[in-house]
Design a protein around this ligand. Structure first.
Ligand SMILES: Nc1ncnc2c1ncn2[C@@H]1O[C@H](COP(=O)(O)OP(=O)(O)OP(=O)(O)O)[C@@H](O)[C@H]1O
Ligand SMILES: [Mg+2]
Length: 277
C-alpha cells in the first residue's frame, strides 16, 4: 500500500526535558482514514505537530510522498500547503478578528485571487454549516462553533492530507455526524485523513487503519479488526474494545454471524445482524 506520509524513528523532548516521542514509526496510507489512539499525555498531539512540520524532531524523519521533509522556510511552506492540521484547541488555531477572515487567511496565503479565495471560504463555511457565523468575532463563539470554524479553515486549503486532533471532541452528536460527512466528501476528492480520538467506537465505525500509542511510540498499527480486538494493548492505552466489535465477535462465537461475514461497525449493521437472528 502506497504511503503518502511516513514518520521514521521520530524522537522529541519538549524544552524542560519531557520526552514525548521516542523512536516512533508510523505510516499513513494514501486516501485512507487513520485513527490514532492513546492515553492522555501519550504524544498524539506532539506527533501530529511533527507530521506538518510545526515541531522539528530531535531524531528521525518525516517523509511526504517518499521525500524527507526539511524545516527550511520554503520547504515548510510547501509542506503545510499539502498537509493541514486542525489543532485540538480551536483557541490555539483561530486568530483573525472574524470567522470569515480567519477562514480566508489560508486560501489568500496560497496566492489565490480574492474572488477564488472568497469562493473557497463560502464553500467551507457552508459545508461546516457556519455561514451564518461568517461575520462573528471568533472569540464570540461557543466551543463547538470555534471548532467548526477551525476545521473550515483547514478544509478551505484543500490539503492532500488533513490531520485532525480530536475533531469530534466537544461537538454535539449531530455536529459530529455532520463533520464526518464533510470529511468523507474531502476524502472522496482524494484527501487522506489522520485523526486522534479517545472514542474507540468512532475509530471502529470509521477508520481504515488504527495506530495505538504506548510510551511515545506506536505500539501497534494495523487493521481495526486486529488492533481494536487486542484488549491487552488497548488496556495499556486506557481503552476498552469497541462495543460493536465485542458484540460481533460474540455473534460469531454463537454462530449468528459467519466467520467470513463482516463484523458490525455501525448501528445499522448491528440492527441487520439482530434482524437475521
Ligand atoms: N508545550 C509543552 N511543553 C512541555 N511538555 C509538553 C508540552 N506539550 C505536551 N507536553 C508533554 O508531552 C507529552 C505528550 O503530550 P501530548 O500533548 O502530545 O499528548 P496527547 O497524547 O496529545 O494527550 P491528550 O490525549 O491529553 O491530548 C506529555 O507528557 C505532555 O505533558
Ligand atoms: Mg492531544
Amino acid at each position: 500500500m502506497a504511503m503518502i506520509l511516513e514518520a521514521k524513528g521520530l524522537s522529541y523532548a519538549y524544552p524542560g526535558g519531557v520526552t514525548a516521542l521516542s523512536g516512533l514509526d508510523l505510516g499513513v496510507q494514501r486516501g485512507k482514514r487513520l485513527a490514532i489512539l492513546g492515553p492522555n499525555g501519550a504524544g498524539k498531539t506532539t506527533l501530529l505537530q511533527h507530521l506538518n512540520g510545526t515541531l522539528k524532531p530531535s531524531a528521525g524523519t518525516v517523509h511526504l510522498d517518499g521525500t524527507i521533509m526539511g524545516h527550511g522556510r520554503t520547504e515548510l511552506a510547501a509542506w503545510r500547503r499539502r498537509v493541514g492540521l486542525v489543532l485540538q484547541e480551536p483557541d490555539d488555531q483561530l486568530f483573525a478578528p472574524t470567522v470569515f477572515e480567519d477562514v480566508s487567511f489560508g486560501p489568500l496565503n496560497l496566492g489565490l485571487s480574492e474572488a477564488e479565495a472568497r469562493q473557497r471560504v463560502i464553500e467551507a463555511l457552508n459545508s461546516l454549516r457556519i455561514a451564518d457565523l461568517a461575520e462573528r468575532p471568533t472569540h464570540m463563539l461557543s466551543f463547538g462553533q470555534k471548532k467548526r470554524a477551525a476545521i473550515a479553515g483547514a478544509v478551505a486549503m484543500r490539503p492532500d492530507v488533513l490531520l485532525l486532533d480530536e475533531p469530534t471532541a466537544g461537538l454535539d452528536q449531530f455536529g459530529a455526524v455532520h463533520l464526518l460527512a464533510v470529511l468523507e466528501k474531502l476524502q472522496a476528492g482524494g484527501a487522506t485523513l489522520v485523526f486522534t480520538t479517545h472514542d474507540v467506537d468512532l475509530a471502529w465505525a470509521w477508520a481504515d487503519d488504527i495506530a495505538l500509542f504506548d510510551a511515545g511510540q506506536v505500539a501497534r498499527q494495523g487493521r481495526p479488526e486486529e488492533v481494536l480486538a487486542d484488549a491487552e494493548a488497548l488496556s495499556r492505552a486506557r481503552l476498552k474494545p469497541p462495543f460493536l466489535l465485542e458484540l460481533g465477535l460474540k455473534a460469531r462465537q454463537r454462530g449468528w454471524l459467519g466467520a467470513d461475514q463482516p463484523l458490525p461497525r455501525n448501528r445499522s449493521d448491528a440492527m441487520a445482524l439482530l434482524d437475521g437472528i
